[in-house]
Design a protein around this ligand. Structure first.
Ligand code: ATP
Ligand code: MG
Length: 361
């Protein structure tokens, strides 16, 4: 069986370091591993509109931002199809058929959707489109017969929902769709990177992000004002690691080489943590180190972005070419789905014959 990747992001803002460690970094590794037959990377504008219907300009502006972020982290259009969700109408058609296989109560149980409804204060007025976006995500994944979906932890319930739809579809209409596997980050700190304010998740919608396209100075300022241990007041005080965002980021980003280069008095992160817990290590020193680590990772990304920014029409061309390839793949699956559901009247000669017989008495 082919190995196929589908994953994507909502164009609700520029991409941040949470996206990077949660999914982007892995995607680039997988892309360059050469182990995959096809890779589809989707800018989920239609999904973003489900909770931004009154602000289409925001989505329109951010499509190019996300595309630039993709290219800047090393997604390569020669290896990965970068495409825009709304340009593939087949996805909407699949969603309409899958809706019949999912109950309202099942959607209500989705913990990510529940949390997002709360965060957006939607309790009494949830747009139907937003409520059903897990079904639309199942269409995105199955349309490309994806076997592998590299995403952050918040996507686990979506993958579960998708698998249920695949099983239900295949059992009712015959073996047609492929069950995908989620690929979560191996490093625990990357599953759900917290925001710079220490809030549970770095998220475009919460304004607590370090963006991939932030300037060197922006990154430094954000790191220096990051949330640490509120009880670690004097340098000599023992410090706590739990809930200490600076250390979570070091877990996500630092490599042994960083110590040799920027903080040679420690061999590794364990030694630094141990000193912090014992007392005698100030937050400023740790933050300065984190800043160096982040700058080291982000500098090449920033430089690549600047190159792609010089030719914006070409970036749109990349998306157009990727969308053309994606449409072809999705159309093939949709045709198979319709055949399985027996809503392929005009290509079904047996049906036409059967009906003719019925009326030729
Ligand atoms: P929005 O607030 O509009 O939902 P978002 O910041 O949550 O935006 P998405 O486009 O919903 O971003 O998510 C894109 C991908 O990035 C998903 O795979 C998601 O799991 C991952 N991701 C998003 N935020 C984080 C994070 N803080 N840590 C790890 N992965 C993340
Ligand atoms: Mg999200």
């Amino acid at each position: 069986m082919s190995k196929i990747i589908l994953t994507g992001d909502r164009p609700t803002g520029r991409l941040h370091v949470g996206h990077y460690v949660g999914s982007l970094r892995r995607r680039v590794e997988l892309q360059n591993s050469g182990e995959f037959d096809k890779i589809f990377i989707m800018i989920a504008d239609a999904q973003a509109l489900t909770d931004n219907a009154d602000n289409p300009e925001k989505i329109r502006q951010n499509v190019i931002e996300v595309a630039l972020d993709y290219l800047s982290v090393g997604l390569d259009p020669a290896k990965s199809n970068l495409f825009i969700q709304s340009q593939i109408s087949e996805l909407t058609e699949l969603t309409f058929f899958y809706m019949n296989l999912v109950t309202v109560s099942r959607l209500q149980r989705n913990p990510t959707v529940k949390a997002e409804i709360q965060m957006r204060n939607f309790e009494a007025s949830i747009p139907v489109g937003f409520f059903t976006y897990p079904i639309s995500q199942a269409s995105d994944i199955t349309a490309f017969k994806a076997t592998t979906v590299p995403v952050g932890e918040d996507q686990l319930p979506m993958l579960e929902q998708t698998k249920e739809i695949v099983r239900k579809f295949n059992s009712v209409y015959g073996e047609t769709l492929v069950e995908p596997e989620i690929l979560l980050p191996e490093n625990e700190a990357c599953l759900r990177l917290p925001g710079t304010d220490g809030k549970a998740k770095m998220s475009k919608s919460l304004g607590n992000c370090i963006y991939l396209s932030d300037t060197e100075e922006d990154v430094r300022a954000k790191v220096m004002s990051m949330y640490t241990d509120p009880e670690h007041i004097k340098i000599t005080d023992p410090g706590k690691l739990e809930g200490n965002t600076v250390f979570t980021y070091l877990d996500a980003f630092s490599k042994p080489e960083h110590f040799a280069e920027f903080l040679p008095e420690y061999n590794n992160l364990d030694e630094l943590k141990e000193h912090y817990q014992r007392g005698g290590l100030g937050d400023v020193k740790v933050k300065k180190f984190l800043n160096n680590v982040l700058q080291d990772e982000l500098a090449p990304i920033r430089a690549r972005r600047a190159e792609f920014e010089k030719d914006i029409p070409e970036v749109y061309n990349i998306l157009k070419r990727g969308s053309d390839v994606a449409r072809e793949a999705a159309a093939e699956t949709l045709a198979e789905v319709k055949r399985a559901m027996k809503i392929n009247y005009f290509e079904d000669s047996a049906l036409i014959e059967e009906q003719s017989k019925k009326y030729s008495r």
